[in-house]
Design a protein around this ligand. Structure first.
Ligand SMILES: NC(=O)c1ccc[n+]([C@@H]2O[C@H](COP(=O)([O-])OP(=O)(O)OC[C@H]3O[C@@H](n4cnc5c(N)ncnc54)[C@H](O)[C@@H]3O)[C@@H](O)[C@H]2O)c1
Ligand SMILES: O=C(O)C(=O)C[C@@H](O)[C@H](O)[C@H](O)COP(=O)(O)O
Ligand SMILES: [Zn+2]
Length: 369
């Protein structure tokens, strides 16, 4: 199976996303053109390190680079101030220089944390993304959003800092646990709902195979997702408008993540899956889309094993959820912005969601309906 390259067109900060199986062993050769010296500092986590760190270091050394590494604890709780400080401290302890290339090897947590550290280290150093989860390959490694969570909410401190290159070796997904594959799949489904109904239909036919490990289906989904994200980011890098569509399901999902304390109880992608159902049901309640589209999404999520509602032992507090949503970065003059959909493939932004309709939806879903 061959690899392909998608370009994120940002003028003099344009960069390639290389996609395909087996690319990790070509990392040295692919990264060489963006190196300004021979020092490379790899940041990874303690679950990815035993799987892929040695291969990456070998490939870099073969290309003439001097790789060093630092390993962070795996999981969402690492995206916080104490771990950011620990990472910056580890980086500075290696006598990092402005020409040292930082490489994030891991999922979205490693990518977001490392990218943010790179954006402020020595007032900004270059970094490369080597995403190892489906979520990171289809979404978080592309577009330059980096950051951490705070006690006030999700991703509330961060920076736009674009990578110099993204290297998505789709064969690395073979070791990813099924729950993590599913969480990443939620962000794949998102692209279909935003503006690609044919892709959604393709996912209905091929999603199960993709999740089960079909290499060609995975490569196609990663490439299609990256093309969609690259197009949106190139049009609106700093989310002045259209980029906010990539936030479909996230105003809800981030509130659910905050409420569950950024713990394993709810992964980011799982929150996005439930959040997308909320967005489509809200659109239908407001008479803006057919109820059948929300039902179609629920059917698809249920068929692959992603959550589509709030069923479970937890008692969700509607007022608290709305409180979290008020801290969303899309709030303008105190008013919340929602990504709604007129249809599957018809995402749009709205500031006109009455709070009582929102509260009714959340209460229904909190009651398991
Ligand atoms: N910056 C963005 O644009 C953006 C977009 C989407 C999500 N995000 C963020 O990404 C984060 C979620 O990322 P994630 O879902 O990748 O989670 P993650 O980084 O926590 O990775 C999930 C788990 O899989 C393990 N893992 C990673 N690669 C593996 C592999 N190949 N084989 C076996 N195990 C592997 C990790 O160690 C971790 O335990 C969230 O914080 C979310 O907010 C950011
Ligand atoms: O790249 C974007 O833009 C996105 O919104 C992608 C999302 O999947 C991602 O979770 C992002 O981090 C959410 O952005 P935020 O600005 O709401 O933190
Ligand atoms: Zn997301």
């Amino acid at each position: 199976m061959s690899s392909e390259t998608v370009t994120v067109d940002l003028g003099d900060r344009t960069y390639p996303i290389h996609i395909g199986p087996g690319l990790l062993d070509r990392a040295g050769e692919l990264i060489l053109p963006v190196m300004s010296g021979n020092r490379v500092l790899i940041v990874t986590d303690d679950q990815v390190a035993p799987l892929y760190l040695e291969r990456l270091e070998r490939s870099l050394a073969a290309a003439g680079a001097m790789p060093m590494h630092t390993v962070m604890p795996a999981g969402e709780k690492t995206k916080d101030f104490p771990h950011l400080e620990a990472l910056l401290d580890a980086m500075l302890s290696t006598r990092v220089e402005r020409g040292t290339l930082i490489v994030a090897l891991g999922g979205g947590v490693v990518g977001d944390l490392t990218g943010f550290a790179a954006s402020i280290l020595l007032r900004g150093v270059d970094f490369v993304q080597i995403p190892t989860t489906l979520l990171a390959q289809v979404d978080s490694s592309v577009g330059g959003k980096t950051g951490i969570n705070t006690r006030h909410g999700k991703n509330l401190v961060g920076a736009f800092h674009q990578p110099r290159l993204v290297l998505a070796d789709t064969a690395l997904l073979d070791t990813l646990p099924r729950r993590q594959v599913l969480a990443g799949y939620a962000e794949v489904v998102k692209y279909g709902i935003i503006d690609d109904p044919d892709f959604f239909t393709w996912l209905e036919a091929n999603g199960a195979a993709l999740i089960a490990g079909d290499a060609e289906a995975r490569r196609h989904a990663v490439a299609t997702s990256c093309r969609a994200k690259a197009r949106i980011v190139a049009a609106d890098e700093r989310e002045g408008g259209v980029r906010a569509l990539l936030n479909l399901g996230h105003t809800f999902g981030h509130a659910l993540e905050a409420e569950t304390g950024f713990s394993d109880e709810l992964l980011h992608g799982e929150g996005v899956a439930i959040g997308m159902v909320m967005a489509l049901r809200l659109s239908a309640m407001l008479g803006l889309s057919p109820q059948a589209d929300a039902e179609r999404l629920v059917r698809h999520l249920d068929s692959v094993g992603l959550p589509s509602g709030l069923a479970g032992p937890r008692l969700w507090d509607v007022a608290r959820l709305i409180g979290h949503m008020r801290g969303d970065k899309k709030v303008k003059d105190g008013a919340m912005t929602f990504v709604l959909a007129r249809s599957i493939g018809g995402g749009f932004l709205s500031r006109d969601v009455p709070e009582d309709t929102l509260a009714t939806l959340l209460a229904e879903m909190a009651a398991g309906r």
